[in-house]
Design a protein around this ligand. Structure first.
Ligand code: UTP
Length: 290
């Protein structure tokens, strides 16, 4: 079955980004001039997704407003004859069929995905974690969908994590099948050193069959007392196996201060309008200060 729906969980508290997260959801922090969430939607749309559910919560109304029309700005740009700017602003509201639902309590990523059950129905779907940005030529979600269609199993996007950091991520049991593609038969969230199965960890993108919802419904709170998506994907991996794809490109963790800064620099130096000036400034800054 074609993958045409995606879920973007964005209801987490974002405590690592406090105090800024009090005012701006971390999924809406700007990467140069666009909020993180727009990059996620662009990736989904470029991957063939037509229907997107964003999971929000209290205090994240700015996400809904962003994908709505903005009559004040539009009128202003129209009056000034700024047609290109007007069109790009309007395009944001028409990028895809975007729906919103609230996760009433931040009970974990697994719980957030479970909130999408009736929206998804009985179809496979993609999940783009709201604070993970992947900078790549080919959209990572598109590659995962192609692997899903080829193997008929759930697919997780993975990257190798430094051994000293694996305890902050999840660890997968994998066997290589072809270039960048592995079969995965088990995984564990936040492993202690004796439980590490490999340094491959899931970073922000998965495509799942609808059977995941039955597993999420019976899932007990895991690490941190939260319903962990990894625990249900681990059960799926043990029962039917899932595929893992080592995606090319750069992963940015926008839920961390360092990740957000790195993403801004990486996108900033390539930006059409300010890239050249920024590169020049950065070179001088490094020479004079570092
Ligand atoms: P994180 O674990 O990075 O989010 O979840 P968090 O809990 O907000 O992070 P900190 O530790 O407090 O800084 C990855 C994605 O899943 C969403 C988050 O919004 C983020 O985009 N999420 C997480 C939910 O939608 N609901 C939750 O209950 C937890």
């Amino acid at each position: 079955m074609r993958v045409r729906k995606a879920v973007i969980p964005a209801a987490g508290l974002g405590t690592r980004m406090l105090p800024a997260a009090k005012a701006v959801p971390k999924e809406m922090m700007p990467i140069v001039d666009k909020p993180a969430m727009q990059y996620q939607i662009e990736e989904a749309v470029a991957s063939g997704i037509t229907d997107i559910l964003i999971i929000t919560n209290r205090g994240k109304e700015s996400i809904e407003d962003y994908f709505d029309f903005s009559p004040e700005y539009e009128k202003h740009l129209e009056m000034k004859g700024k047609t290109a700017e007007l069109e790009s602003l309007r395009a944001i509201a028409n990028m895809a069929n975007i729906t919103f639902i609230r996760q009433k309590e931040a009970k974990g990523l697994g719980h957030a995905v479970l909130c999408a059950k009736s929206f998804i129905g009985n179809e496979p779907f993609a999940v783009l974690y709201g604070d993970d940005l992947i900078e790549a030529h080919k959209p990572t979600t598109k590659s995962l969908i192609e692997i899903y269609e080829k193997y008929g199993k759930g697919v997780v996007g993975v990257s190798k994590v430094a051994p000293e950091l694996i305890h902050k991520y999840c660890s997968l049991k994998v066997d290589k099948i072809e270039d960048r593609i592995f079969s995965c038969t088990d995984m564990i969230e936040k492993p202690t050193p004796d439980k590490v199965m490999s340094y491959y960890s899931i970073l922000g993108r998965v495509v799942l069959p609808p059977e995941i919802f039955q597993l999420l419904e019976t899932s007990k709170p895991g690490f941190g007392g939260e319903i962990q998506l990894t625990d249900s994907m681990a059960e799926l991996a043990r029962r039917t196996g899932v595929m893992a794809y080592e995606f090319p490109g750069t992963h940015h963790d926008l839920g961390s201060k360092l990740g957000l800064l790195k993403a801004n620099i990486s996108y900033g130096v390539k930006h059409d309008e300010i890239g050249e000036d920024f590169r020049q400034w950065l070179k001088n800054y490094v020479k004079e200060n570092l």
